[in-house]
Ligand binder design. Structure first.
Ligand code: SAM
Length: 287
């Protein structure tokens, strides 16, 4: 089949804004704490602004870069460092369970039987921030700490508390999997080429809440998607797409939630109570 691509159309730039402020690079790596015994995964090392410090400090480093030229260059640069492995690949397709516990060189003998969770770090390609986060959450049992730089507005959404303007599905999902802290912000001039936006560093300590909230992960996230689908609509109107109105009203009453509440004002605890009520009611009515 003939390609439909127009000649001369540039391929996407892969979110390539490279950090040039070396002080900032050190400060970001510092957020990981002592990593001398840790396995660290770097997402999108690019020209190696963070990699340089990570390679010196980490017990073991796996850097995943999609850009073939950059991956090749980095692999060459660290070829004499057995603690550094550069993978050329798309982070969204990486099976972390396989990759993190792969045998590499002489270090295989030193690996513990039950490996410690890894840390993740990355100045993320902004065009796929949410997808990367969801991918990392999918493998949440493999990680304990995630330090990422993202567009400031997205950082605000990820860290937003219920009831604030920025709170939504991304905040709720991230906060179901991790304790989120927004740490500091860098101006566009810290990068080349400078992006159009400011960038903020987030620390996420993985601590899934599903058990504590008494909800199954997949189903509850699907419920949140429905509940938070449209911010301007009321909770009842959003949920009506998936549940009979009678059941919604009964579950709201049971969970002690006012029907006219703005959906994004509900805490995860209240959301979980509502979900449990709705599922229970659905089961009851099915007999
Ligand atoms: N870490 C470098 C720095 O701080 O200067 C580069 C950061 S740049 C914002 C994002 C990097 O992610 C680029 O090197 C880009 O090629 C890479 N990248 C983009 N999409 C990717 C993907 N799907 N998987 C892995 N790396 C990706």
């Amino acid at each position: 089949m003939r390609s439909t691509k127009k000649p001369g159309v540039k391929k996407p730039r892969l979110g390539q804004n490279f950090l040039t402020d070396s002080g900032a690079a050190e400060k970001i790596v510092d957020v990981l704490g002592d990593i001398s015994q840790a396995l660290v995964v770097e997402i999108g090392p690019g020209k190696g602004a963070l990699t340089k410090t990570l390679a010196k400090r980490a017990g073991r480093l796996i850097a995943i870069e999609l850009d073939r030229m950059m991956a090749t260059e980095l692999r060459f640069q660290y070829s004499d460092n057995p603690r550094v492995e550069v993978l050329e690949g798309n982070v969204l397709n990486i099976d972390f369970r396989t990759v993190l516990h792969r045998t590499i060189g002489p270090l295989s003998d030193l690996r513990p039987q039950k490996p410690e969770p890894a840390h993740v770090i990355g100045n993320l390609p902004y065009y796929i921030t949410s997808d990367i986060l969801l991918r990392l959450f999918e493998f949440n049992d493999q990680f304990d700490l995630i330090v990422i730089m993202v567009q400031r507005e997205v950082a605000d959404r990820i860290a937003a508390r219920p009831g604030t303007r920025d709170y939504g599905l991304l905040s709720a999902t991230a906060q179901l999997y991790a304790k989120v802290e927004k740490l500091f912000t860098l101006p566009p001039e810290a990068f080349a080429p400078p992006p159009k936006v400011h960038s903020s560093v987030l620390r996420l300590r993985i601590a899934p809440r599903f058990e504590e909230l008494g909800v199954p992960a997949k189903e509850f996230i699907q419920f949140l998607k429905t509940a938070l689908a449209m911010k301007r609509k009321t909770l009842v109107n959003n949920l009506k797409a998936s549940y009979p109105e009678e059941q919604i009203r009964a579950a709201l009453k049971q969970a002690g939630v006012r029907p006219d509440i703005r959906t994004e004002a509900l805490s995860l605890e209240k959301m979980a109570g509502l979900f449990r009520g709705l599922v229970g009611l659905a089961t009851d009515s099915r007999g």
